[in-house]
Structures are given as structure tokens and as C-alpha cells.
Ligand binder design. Sequence first.
Ligand SMILES: [Cu+2]
Length: 275
Amino acid sequence: MKNILCNFIQKFRQKTITLLPGIWFLDPPKDVSLDGYRIDNVIQYTDLVITIYFSIVVLLMLYFILKYRHRPGHKAVYEKGESKKHIGFTVCMGMLVFLSIDVVIEGMSFRDLKEAFWNFPKGDNVVKVEVMPQQFAWNFRYTGTDGEFGTEDDLIPAQNQMHIPVNTPVVIQIAPLDVIHSFFIPNFRVKVDATPGMVNTMWFQATETGEFEIACAELCGNSHYRMKGILTVESQEDYNNWLNTLEEEGPEDEWEDDDDEGVPSRWGWAWKESE
Ligand SMILES: [Cu+2]
């Protein structure tokens, strides 16, 4: 039943857009990720079904308002809705909503988590990045040639600059310097909180090159609005060149002092392997 519904929705995805153009007047950002379509499917399914149900309710209300309007010869009757027929109808409607919305969305979500978002990529080609947001900027750290974090050859680009190769899985681990932030790439449909005292993790894969916005999705202070990073997705060759340039340039000036203000020069933590 669940699978039939999921397939139905996927097959009719294109059609729903033409059937109900009004819902998508706010176009979501272009999806350039391997698994972003899964998020879009859940949202579109939810939008479609609640639009249909809402329309039915509104049309029925209009119909009954007209049908039972006050006119001579008609007397209002107070109905408590306690008869078996009424209770049965209410239970059926409740079950219909529960089965066609809650159960389906839950099923789609858990399938997506299992198949994609919690299914962390393994292997040598995986790009690992440590992310440390702070009020109000993004810090990124790459391993350098030794493949280990927290060592001398770690590469740290200028703040708010993240580069990744296209068609390659990227795993990030994230912990904030100060308060809660949230790492959000709208074009990838992914988001993960940076929680003080914890290292959180997430993975994604780009399917197209280009520059995409990284936003902070957690109100983190008075300049939260300008906490914007740029994610550059490029060919493996360009990415390697960028890493080489970082290696030659050395760390940014602002990273060199370890005073109370600003970013500590060393913040890499040991990479935690995800199960
Ligand atoms: Cu923030």
C-alpha cells in the first residue's frame, strides 16, 4: 500500500506541478545534489495531499452553507454527533488522514534516511571537511596530505570559502566555536546543527559544478543574517589545484594569533568515524 502510494507520487510528480501550479510559485533553489530529490518528493507529496484535502473541506463547507441556509420552512436541529454513524465517519476520516499522510511521509522519510542520509559513504575518495562556525562566519578545515585532522599540514581556507569536487561524496563534521549555528546548503537540501559540546556529522554529493550559498539556519546573534558562505563545486582537477594553492599560501593571517578574541589558530579535532 505504502509503496504503491510512493510510486504513484513519483510517477505523478511532474503532473502535480501542472495540476497545482499555485503551490510552487515560490520555486525552490535548483537541486544540484545526489539525494536532494528525496526531500523535494516528501515536500511535494505533503503539499499535494493537504491541498486536495483542504480543497475538499472548503468545497464541502461552501456546499453545506448553501444547502442548509436559513429560509422559511426550515428549522435548525442541534446535532451532537454521537450516533454510531457519526463516530464511524469521524474515525474513518481520521484513519484516512493518518494513513495517507502520516504513514506515507514517515515511510518515505525512513527509507530516505536508511538509503541515503544515514548511509555514510566509505572509501578513499570521500572528501572530509571539518566545519567550525562562529559568530558570524564559517571556518573550514581540510586534512592536507596526511589525511589526518589536527596536524601541522591541515589546510584552512579564508573564512566562508568551501570547495568540493563534483560527483564525489563529502562528509562534514561540525562543531561551533561559540553558540548554536546550523549549516544549510539550500541547493543540496541538507542542513545540520552545530551544537556546543558535540561533533555532528552529515554527508552530501554534488552533481553539478558552480557556486552555491551556505546559510546559517539557526538564529545565532545580531549578525546572523550575514553569516553567508560560498560553496564552490568544481572538477577534481580544479579542486586539487585549489588545495595546492592553499598549501603554498599557508594559513590566513587571522589564524596565527591565539588570543582571547577571534578564532583560535588550532581547532581541528580527531575525525570520528561514522558507523
Ligand atoms: Cu550562525
